[in-house]
Write a protein that binds this ligand. Sequence first.
Ligand SMILES: Cc1cc2nc3c(=O)[nH]c(=O)nc-3n(C[C@H](O)[C@H](O)[C@H](O)COP(=O)(O)OP(=O)(O)OC[C@H]3O[C@@H](n4cnc5c(N)ncnc54)[C@H](O)[C@@H]3O)c2cc1C
Length: 308
Amino acid sequence: MEKVVVIGSGCAGWTAALYTARANLQPLVLMGGQPGGLLTTTSIVENYPGFPEGVDGFELMSRMQKQAERFGARAQFGTVEAVDFSKRPFALTVDGERVEAETVIIATGAGHRDLGLASEHKLETKGVTYCATCDGALPVFRNQPLVVVGGGDSACEEALYLTRFGSVVYLIHRRDSLRASKIMADRALSNPKIKLVWDSVVTEVLDVKLDKVTGVRLKNVKTGAENMLDCAGVFVAIGHVPNTRIFKGQINLDENGYIIPAQGAATNVTGVFVAGDCSDHVYRQAITAAGMGCAAAIEAERFLAAQS
Ligand SMILES: Cc1cc2nc3c(=O)[nH]c(=O)nc-3n(C[C@H](O)[C@H](O)[C@H](O)COP(=O)(O)OP(=O)(O)OC[C@H]3O[C@@H](n4cnc5c(N)ncnc54)[C@H](O)[C@@H]3O)c2cc1C
């Protein structure tokens, strides 16, 4: 029987592990299909406090793991396939094996939706990105034309943020009006640096041969006409998908699948806590995920202390 099982090994998971390990709870961290989480896919993280020169994403996550292990956290490769939160101890199926736990901290993160283009994937981290807050300030994007794809609140927010860095920001939307809330749409539409490109989809990111983003090929969905747009960066902002499918029916999720915290890091199931991007569709940052991991760990620790 485990006292604490942490599902996920990103910033939220390893921070939860660090805190519960230091509380002598020997947490078991189930690492999932992406050990170290999303940050391992990026080269340089410039906004995680404590690293004035920036830090490689993989390096940061390895350090988080080592720090938690130093205090007794245990890492296990494995993906949770199913959970039973109907009674305590909770039961988890991990690659076919049963694991029982007094408390569970869910830190399974969220993936981003992509455009589904081969060129997009080939140029990921070479000008194609899914996070303006993370990458917008990089030198490669400064004073350059930039493209944001999407029409919701996130796309407007990303476009507005990028006006600080780019020479012009093209907001490409497949419809003829924004889906965003009125206030966000008004802000985007009235910003002189944002140029709306309506009724259009990106059909190719250029230029794979040059191994960097130089532009996009667009198709007008109403007329079928194609044209090219020069840009140095493509910011895809068409939504995220929380990794919470296995919790459906077990725990309260919102209509987009994000876990709804009941109070602080607690969920509607007593003894199950949540942290990071799987319950956060607003901030989605390494530092906020880590902070939520800390909160979930403290609450799990207090819950266990109250039981004994
Ligand atoms: C390319 C890129 C660059 C970024 N750059 C920055 C940046 O510069 N600064 C910044 O602050 N943020 C950045 N971010 C955002 C940051 O990576 C996330 O906000 C952060 O990783 C969220 O942490 P998390 O622990 O909630 O989830 P994640 O990091 O997504 O980790 C989720 C973990 O859950 C595991 N998991 C999922 N399902 C299961 C399951 N069923 N069983 C077991 N384990 C499971 C996964 O294997 C993974 O280990 C970037 C994101 C991307 C994609």
